[in-house]
Design a protein around this ligand. Structure first.
Ligand code: ATP
Ligand code: MG
Length: 498
């Protein structure tokens, strides 16, 4: 019976090791595992095992929530066992000792494929381990659209399948500082995205996580990229705090907007230094302001002189090296990589506001293409995501957060994948809740204790204790969500290519 089953299903049960029996109470998605004596030293958390369901079928599952129990040593009240320990300093009989795991199901294996399991597992079913055999059960999770990368932490020879169909459903990478997020992105995610036929545009906030690791021809300093008049205007208004005006719009801001939209290109082309650019801009705006009052209107002349003075004062305070980052000549269009290629924007020289205004220009271009109906085949990798879309956006962040929301919403239909990388998941250290909901695949590494609750919401249903996330090593991540063909998260890692 067992022989026949194993040959049709292609699983060599005879090569696997019996490690235990399912206990009570079981369901269609989980079952307790009682370990055969001695197996507690071999079977570990996150091991993948096979259940030979007495109710029919074979089920792949992951071991979680290990427990060791001994009734003789139960604490909290008096027992003869406890009294024995106290008087002799030795442990009593081990007859009442047992070890358990909770098995979280990957699915039922049938015809070489994994399908959702809908049969209740019979208590008393045998459970086998794969470790130590040449058999890789993750192969049953493969479909036509899966790519292989990384490995299972408990079995480094098993590649992890990634379902490429769900790439444009967006990706989140979460973990405290030093948990390996940028490494995961460089060594695992970017190669998977390239293999799936996407171009990768990586925004390197500090210029240290990506730029130094790619060829010079793939890296573009932000100062060389062209800016839009809107981006420069947002920068000016933010940096000068609206030139001292309270309301959103003032005569000055309207004049600036008009001048920039008409003359921005020629200003950048003709000015050879940032101070020359500001000087020319000042003259043009002053001209525009002076053209406004009707003759003899003393009151408005006073306002114009004030605006002119505020303009002069505001512009003179701008750091010239920041203004220079807006004077690039490389077109935004030329920045966007072709399929299978990577471009990294090194943003380290620009101020935070300049980086965010650059992002507005870039997202405008991507959104315009999508409105036109283009398929982008592009992954936009945004490290330090809370800089762009924090819990409570302020200033330019209000716009960047909105733009990311739009990119996510349109991206699904136009093959744009947004990858957001953040130290925190939710709350003050995390990313905006409206955007988080769009990240259908997540990699969760060692987290900050403040994120225990949020991580728990995602992982506890599968028997993963959120506390265990505090102890993950750098480079270890739970792979959760749409791109994971297994419904239960898998603990994965990756090789760091030298
Ligand atoms: N798969 C891995 N194997 C071994 N070491 C790794 C692996 N992944 C990451 N590391 C180690 O972890 C360190 C931190 O990684 P990384 O810079 O990616 O962290 P991070 O999460 O991006 O941190 P930050 O939030 O500060 O940017 C690396 O310098 C590297 O030594
Ligand atoms: Mg990093």
């Amino acid at each position: 019976m067992m022989q026949e089953k194993s040959s049709t299903l292609n699983i060599p049960l005879e090569e696997l090791k019996l490690v235990g029996i399912t206990g009570s109470t079981t369901s269609t998605s989980e079952a307790p595992l009682i370990l055969v004596e001695g197996m507690e030293r071999e079977v570990r958390e996150e091991d993948v095992v096979l259940i030979e369901n007495l109710n029919g079928g074979l089920i792949l599952a992951v071991c979680r929530g290990g427990l060791g129990i001994d009734d003789n040593l139960r604490v909290g009240s008096y027992s003869p066992g406890i009294a024995y320990v106290r008087s002799t300093g030795k442990s009593p009989s081990r007859a009442k000792e047992s070890y358990h795991f909770m098995l979280s199901f990957i699915g039922a294996v049938a015809d070489g494929r994994v399908k959702p399991n809908d049969v209740i597992v019979a208590p008393g079913s045998r459970v086998y381990a794969f470790r130590g055999t040449s058999h890789n059960p993750l192969q049953y999770l493969k479909t036509e659209k899966t790519l292989l990368a990384g490995y299972l932490v408990r079995e480094p020879s098993w590649d992890i399948p990634f379902d490429a169909a769900f790439i444009p459903y967006h990706i989140g990478v979460f973990g405290a500082t030093g948990s390996g997020k940028s490494y995961l992105t460089r060594h695992l995610l970017i190669p998977v995205l390239l293999k799936a036929g996407y171009g990768v545009l990586d925004l390197d906030w500090a210029g240290v996580d990506y730029a130094p690791y790619f060829e010079e021809s793939q890296v573009i300093p932000i100062s060389e990229v062209e800016s839009s008049p809107e981006a420069f205007l947002s920068y000016l208004m933010d940096r000068t705090r609206n030139f001292g005006y309270r309301g959103e719009t003032s005569t000055l801001s309207m004049a600036l907007e008009e001048v920039l939209s008409e003359h921005w290109q020629s200003l950048v082309k003709e000015a050879s230094t940032p101070s020359e650019l500001l000087e020319k801009l000042k003259d043009l705006v002053n001209e525009r302001l002076k053209g406004q009052p009707k003759e003899g209107d003393q009151k408005s002349k006073h306002w114009i002189d004030l605006a002119s003075m505020r303009l002069e004062r505001g512009l003179s305070k701008l750091p010239l090296e920041e203004v220079e980052t807006f004077m690039g000549k490389v077109g935004i269009k030329d920045l966007i990589p072709r399929q299978g290629e990577v471009s990294v924007v090194d943003m380290h020289r620009a101020s935070d506001v300049a980086k965010l205004t650059f992002f507005l220009t870039l997202s405008n271009e991507l959104l315009t293409r999508m409105y036109r109906g283009e398929m982008l085949n592009l992954a936009l990798v945004i490290d330090e995501a809370p800089q762009y879309c924090p819990h409570e956006p302020r200033g330019v962040q209000v716009e960047t957060t909105d733009r990311i929301k739009d990119l996510c919403a349109l991206g699904r239909k136009h093959r744009l994948c947004v990858v957001l990388i953040s130290q925190g998941i939710a709350g003050e250290i995390g990313i905006n809740a409206a955007i988080r909901r769009n990240l259908n695949t997540q990699f969760i590494g060692q987290i900050h204790p403040l994120d225990l609750e949020e991580a728990g919401k995602r992982l506890s249903p599968y028997g993963i204790k959120p506390e265990s996330l505090l102890y993950l090593e750098p480079g270890q991540f739970y792979f959760v969500g749409k791109m994971n063909p297994s419904p239960t998260p898998l603990l994965i890692s990756f090789q760091v290519a030298s």
